[in-house]
Design a protein around this ligand. Structure first.
Ligand SMILES: Cc1cc2nc3c(=O)[nH]c(=O)nc-3n(C[C@H](O)[C@H](O)[C@H](O)COP(=O)(O)OP(=O)(O)OC[C@H]3O[C@@H](n4cnc5c(N)ncnc54)[C@H](O)[C@@H]3O)c2cc1C
Ligand code: SF4
Length: 337
């Protein structure tokens, strides 16, 4: 680890000012950032610890919904009664990630900004376009079991590893940011970027931006009747190979009034499947319809050898998640009658 200075501001304005220093970087729980510092992937000159900022609570958002402070731990968010009841897929996604100790430490903002788990990115002795633009992408012809099948580019085929972010994308969350140019609100689905020609740019954040909160819109049938299904190599303590956040709301005649689908483990960003949602809205919730929606999502998918299995696995996981969400939606409709 290279030497660095450290500060712990107590206001967002001071944190933004501290980020003006060259080589300054924010640290949340440190569960990803410090790991990367140890490996030499991150080498900040100045570490700005966010733990003095007043961003640790979950409250009502203006206009309904929830406002989740950037410092809320993954454990606190997953166990919040309102989240468990009204945004079930989010609680399930959080609880499927990492370990209890890591979730106790990891913050909401840090989870959003965790880096890819691509082995070549994590090991500085390998070339990697994300770490060192123009150096190459050994994953394309190397070991790429965890890599992307959707939205990848010739320069990078990495995936975003977060479970929480998949649910946030499906729920139409909004990221709230403060920087030297003021406050901004960014729709979650626009926050992370596809790799394109510049895989080193992973989000729309500017260098001196601090994430202050994430808001969830008012709860709906589709956010309540929702699930997170994660397929991984081990039952715990493993990142997703493919994951799906899905929610369904039925109308009075049993047709699909609203549906949410997002996938993890398949792309450089949480993959909101708006096209498949469009196919399902207004139609009958049948096994065939769920399968066709899943197949539509992978219509343009590419495999790179070790990850070819994801092209088959993804639509099956989508169908499974939709079936589970349908069960909840049918129970909710039955309860309401
Ligand atoms: C062994 C292991 C297994 C794991 N398994 C999973 C898993 O299955 N699923 C999963 O989703 N995750 C998993 N994780 C990743 C874990 O969820 C992340 O490390 C964690 O969420 C990061 O949060 P943090 O607060 O520790 O962030 P940090 O490590 O502190 O920071 C991460 C990034 O966020 C930035 N940052 C932090 N706060 C802010 C802010 N307020 N504004 C702007 N930028 C900020 C930092 O600068 C840094 O770039 C695992 C991690 C480990 C070590
Ligand atoms: S997939 Fe992306 S992160 Fe991995 S080696 Fe290639 S450029 Fe680097």
């Amino acid at each position: 680890m290279t030497p660095f200075s450290y500060s712990r501001p107590t206001s967002v304005a001071d944190a933004v000012a501290a980020l003006a220093e060259p080589g300054a970087r924010l640290m949340g729980g440190g569960t990803n950032f410090v790991d990367l510092m140890r490996k030499g992937v991150e080498a900040p000159d100045h570490v700005v610890d966010v733990h003095g900022l007043p961003l640790g609570t979950i409250g009502e958002a203006s206009g309904g919904g929830l406002r989740i402070g950037a410092l809320v731990s993954n454990t606190a968010l997953a166990s919040d009664e309102r989240v468990r009841r009204d945004y079930r897929m989010l609680s399930e996604a959080l609880l499927s990630g990492a370990t209890q100790q890591l979730r106790n430490r990891a913050t909401t903002a840090g989870n959003v900004l965790q880096r890819t788990r691509c082995t070549y990115f994590m090991e500085p002795e390998y070339p990697c376009n994300k770490r060192e633009p123009g150096s190459g992408c050994p994953a394309k012809t190397g070991f790429n079991r965890i890599h992307a099948i959707l939205g990848e580019s010739e320069h990078c085929i990495a995936t975003h590893p977060s479970d929480m972010c998949v649910a946030m994308a499906a729920l139409d969350a909004t990221v709230h940011v403060t920087g030297s140019q003021g406050d901004r609100e960014i729709p979650f689905v626009d926050f992370h970027l596809l790799p394109g020609d510049s895989p080193e740019a992973e989000t729309v954040l500017r260098a001196d931006d601090v994430i202050t909160a994430i808001t969830l819109p008012e709860a709906s049938g589709a956010s309540r009747n929702s699930v997170y299904v994660k397929v991984r190599d081990r039952q715990s303590y493993a990142f997703a190979l493919v994951s799906v956040a899905a929610g369904i709301e039925l109308d009075a005649s049993g047709q699909i009034a609203d549906v949410r689908i997002a996938l993890g483990g398949v792309a450089h960003k949480p993959w909101r499947a708006s096209g498949a949602e469009g196919l399902l809205r207004g139609s009958a919730p049948t096994e065939d319809a769920f399968r066709e929606a899943g197949e539509a999502i992978v219509a343009d998918a590419n495999g790179y050898g070790h990850n070819d299995f994801k092209i088959t696995l993804a639509p099956r996981t989508v169908a499974l998640a939709l079936n589970k969400a349908l069960g909840l939606a049918q129970r909710a409709t039955g309860d309401a009658r």
